[in-house]
Structures are given as structure tokens and as C-alpha cells.
Design a protein around this ligand. Sequence first.
Ligand SMILES: [Cu+2]
Length: 300
Amino acid sequence: MKNQNIVIVSIAVLAGMLLAVWGMFAVGANMPRGVTEFSHTAYDLHMLILWICVVIGVLVFGAMFVSIIMHRKSNGVEAARFTHNTKAEIAWTTIPILILVMMTVPATRGLILMETSEGAAMDIQITGYQWKWKYEYLDTGVSFISSLARDSNVARQLNSGIDPNTVDNYLLEVDHPLVVPTNTKIRLLMTSGDVIHSWWVPELGWKRDAIPGMINTAWTEISEPGTYRGQCAELCGKDHGFMPVVVIAKPKAEFEQWLAQQPGYQAAEDLASMAANTIADKQATADKQADDQPEVALVN
Ligand SMILES: [Cu+2]
């Protein structure tokens, strides 16, 4: 009879915990799995740790409720009077340590993966400004400012009379999205022109602070073409909520076509020869200035 009650209480606790986890998924409160290798790593790590927590929760709450219900005073149970139990103390110290050490393995692997930006095929510099983003495709001459889209900007004004629910992607749309190629390792160099911002697109699996006077490095490699939206994730002033991020991932050929059509685009060879010319020009000017200097006789 007693054992039967223990089973009933345990099943009830387990059901309650599973119901809570299922509810979290049902309302879509979980983090997205994303579209990059790193976002998958972060998601899998998050799920692994969630289930470890669920198992611990079921065991701890199960033991607690079983003790409370089965060993209650009205059931005629007397409280135990011991104060120490060495074996129990060793167990509840070492088991959590082992669990934590076990969790550090995938977590460290994920952190190393996130920091390894070597071998990137292209570099994009992202500069945060109050309250917009500047994207520079390094070594191509292409750069532009990305600001909140007009529809959202009009609707957000006080007494605009526009219902935000009628605006597509309200506060999550920009005039010039960041366009990137799929299946290409891209290094992103983050900095800021004024205060600290943070560039965050949940589907990519990370966010990075954009700090004035510093360059933070991140990288991404998007596997699926699509539009991914995010926001500035660092409170950066009164319009912090109005500087969204929109990333459009296109297949490589389509991206190259897009890039070549951008104002200021220069193929890499042109840029290299331009840079070489500039250096040669500077050298020639310096030489000429040196020649023009009147000879000064040194008098002892
Ligand atoms: Cu910001």
C-alpha cells in the first residue's frame, strides 16, 4: 500500500514537470534552433542541460513530495534525530560536481567553436550608431547604413494613428538589410561609433557587443537561404528599440550578383591596384617635397 502511494506521488511529480516542459515548447518560449553550425551547437547544449535539469528536478521534487506526503506526522511518523551522515554528504557533494564537470565538456567545445573565426572567406565590419547599423563589405568598396524601415518608423511616432499590428514585421524591418552568401564562413567585425550596442540575430546563435574603440570578432556560416531578424540587444539610448537587424542569406552566385550591383562596388583587383597607386602617389609626393627643399648648409 505504502509503495503504491510512493509510485502515485512520483508519477504525479514527473507528469507535472513534463507538462511544464511541454508547455514551454507549446507556447514557443524555447530558443530557436537557428541556421548555423554554432546555433545548432548552442541549441543542443541548451536542450541537453534542460533535460539534465528536468531529471534533477523530478528526483529532488519527487523525493521532497514523497517525504512530505508519506512521512507526515498525521501518518504517525516520527522525525529522525540524526544530524550527520557522512555517506550522504559525500554523495550530494560529488554527484553535482560530476554533473557540472560533464556539462563543461560540450559547453567548452561550443565556446571554442564560437571563437574560431579563422579561415573566413569574407569580412564584414558592423558599426553601431545611435540608432542604426553601418555595414562595410571589406575589400569591395561597398558600405551602407541600415535604418528602421519607413512603415515602422511612421507607425511608432506618438499619435501616429497607425495600429502597429497592421505593419508587417513592425520594428523588425530595415531599409537596407545585410545581405550575405550562404555556406560561406563570414567574419564579422563589430565596433561602435558612439555608445555600446549589441548585434543580435537569434537564428545565428550568438550576440556580440559593439563597443566604441574596440573591435569584437564573431563569425557565421548560414546554411539556409532566408531572412533572419534581430535587434540591438544593449540598451543604447532613447531609440534603442528602433534599430533592428535584418540579415538576408542568398545562395553564393545570387549574392555575388547583388554585391556587384551595389554603389561603390570595386572588384578586389581594382582595389588592390588603387591602394598600390595611392602608396606610389604618396611616395612620389614625398620625394618631390624632399627635392624642393632648399639645401641648407650646415654651419659649424
Ligand atoms: Cu543600440
